[in-house]
Design a protein around this ligand. Structure first.
Ligand code: ADP
Ligand code: MG
Length: 458
């Protein structure tokens, strides 16, 4: 009679159950499924690589014994590992799997296939070098040559919006992969990282997730300023960070400001950020901006007269993404409306672009503007003081921040000494009420609004 793989594994489990504690049995053995038996190999499926490591480390003897008893002296066990496909739009069915043959010798652990989330478009070859990014770029190149083995660990790249941090981070990841295809690199935005953690906590798989991160060779997290106020995520990152660093694995982070200026982030995490190299990308000079646009446009660059190109690059200084946007919309305008590309068209496109861009001010800049206007020391806004002028300045800043930035209530709160989202909401509603009931106050608000809008224009 041919026995099914399930019933064989069932027999093994009976033996295992007698020998391990119930809790451990439920944790480590219950989730395992038998999927195949081809003499003399029984294949079982485990949820992830960590499971496999753990079982091998802690239960090898009892596994050996049970296999011996059920399958005979030639019996072997093979693991099939399911690995979460950590795509942003991941689904439970979207698994990639990899077999690990394991005839009772603990093998040199095979690498597990992991989705990198790297954008192949962003490479070093199309990342133009300039004074603005020379240090960051060359540190990036060193890191890609020897990930985890240089002094640049972690590598922190900071700088303003649209200056090439994300591009550089992907370029490093892509270069590592090119040199060493087996190297496990994962790129994530802070939003994705946080969402994964929140979900894993919800469905009880947080330990698995943490352990997944700990087996990576290179972890890239983009825009860590969004960790602000997210304490649980920060704790988990701290834990992963320590483990990766101790095992010489590479960590690359990007941020919109130097780590020391981060608010709402625990000091111990910030001090870790400063262990490696903190380097910035600045706004590129005119020559570099022209070179970047040339690279981006390829042969389309010929469609734009030289003086127009220079005019645009001269006027848009602080954000490459915006610069790209203007040029793309210029090309589109000319195409759609059958217009010649000249200075006049360029001017009108720039104007449209600049007025459309209403989300270009930071919460901090708004707070500064309000504090200056009301003559309140800005640092007071982050305290818990109940002094009237400070409270008003804080509430006004929150109100304006909600209107003029795309920050969430939570991250607005984080800019004011870690106020929670309900405090921010309450502040915003208080200001709305005052605007409705107090004409003088309404005047003050519109004056401030003008100031914010003015600062967006320049
Ligand atoms: P950030 O992450 O700093 O906001 P990104 O990396 O998204 O900025 O860059 C914005 C755009 O500008 C991207 O299209 C990127 O390719 C481009 N860019 C920025 N710096 C450079 C550079 N030095 N060379 C080529 N392209 C660049
Ligand atoms: Mg970015």
């Amino acid at each position: 009679m041919i026995e099914s793989c399930e019933s064989m594994w069932e027999k093994c489990l009976t033996i295992i159950k007698e020998n391990v504690q119930e809790k451990s049995y439920n944790t480590w053995f219950k989730p395992i499924k038998a999927i195949k038996y081809e003499q003399p190999i029984l294949t079982i499926q485990v949820p992830n690589k960590f499971f496999y490591d753990y079982i091998e480390e802690h239960y090898l003897n009892i596994l050996k014994r049970s296999i011996y008893q059920v399958l005979g002296p030639k019996g072997q066990l093979e693991y099939k590992i399911l690995v979460d496909n950590l795509n942003q739009n991941k689904s439970r069915t979207d698994f990639s799997s990899k077999d690990i043959k394991n005839p009772f010798v603990i093998p040199g652990l095979k690498k597990v296939a992991i989705t990198s989330n790297l954008n192949p478009k962003y490479t070093f070859s199309n990342y133009i070098e300039g004074d603005c990014n020379r240090l960051g770029r060359s540190a990036g190149v060193s890191v890609s040559n020897k990930p985890g083995k240089t002094a640049f660990n972690p590598l922190i790249i900071f700088g303003g919006v649209g200056l090439g941090k994300t591009h550089l981070a992907h370029a490093i990841g892509n270069e590592i992969k090119k040199r060493e295809p087996d190297h496990n690199v994962v790129y994530l935005t802070t939003e994705t990282f946080t969402t994964q953690i929140v979900n894993a906590i919800k469905n009880g798989s947080i330990d698995d997730l943490i352990n997944f991160y700990k087996i990576l060779d290179t972890l890239i997290i983009d825009d860590i300023q969004f960790l602000s106020g997210r304490e649980k995520t920060q704790d988990i990152l701290f834990n992963i960070f320590n483990q990766l660093q101790q095992t010489d694995k590479q960590i690359i982070l990007t941020c919109d400001r130097p780590p020391k200026d981060l608010e709402g982030i625990k000091d111990r995490l910030i001090s870790r950020f400063n262990w490696g190299l903190v380097t910035d990308v600045k706004a590129p000079d005119l020559e570099t901006r022209l070179a970047i646009m040339q690279e981006k446009l390829g042969s389309d660059v010929d469609k734009i007269p030289k003086n127009v190109m220079e005019y645009i690059c001269f006027n848009i200084k602080n954000n490459i993404r915006e610069l790209e946007g203007v040029i793309i919309s210029l090309l589109a305008q000319a195409n759609l409306n059958d217009k010649v590309i000249d200075l006049e068209l360029a001017k009108s496109v720039i104007q449209k672009f600049v007025t459309q861009e209403t989300k270009g001010i930071s919460v901090q800049n708004i707070a500064k503007l309000v504090a200056d206007h009301l003559q309140v020391p800005i640092e007071k806004l982050s305290t818990n003081t109940r002094k009237r002028p400070v409270v008003v300045a804080r509430q006004l800043s929150m109100y304006l921040a909600k209107h003029y930035t795309s920050s969430s209530l939570k991250s607005i709160g984080a800019n004011f000494g870690g106020k929670d989202h309900s405090t921010v909401l309450y502040s915003i509603n208080t200001i709305k009420n005052l605007i409705d009931t107090d004409t003088e106050f309404k005047g003050l608000v519109s004056e401030l609004e003008k100031k914010v809008e003015f600062s967006l224009m320049v």
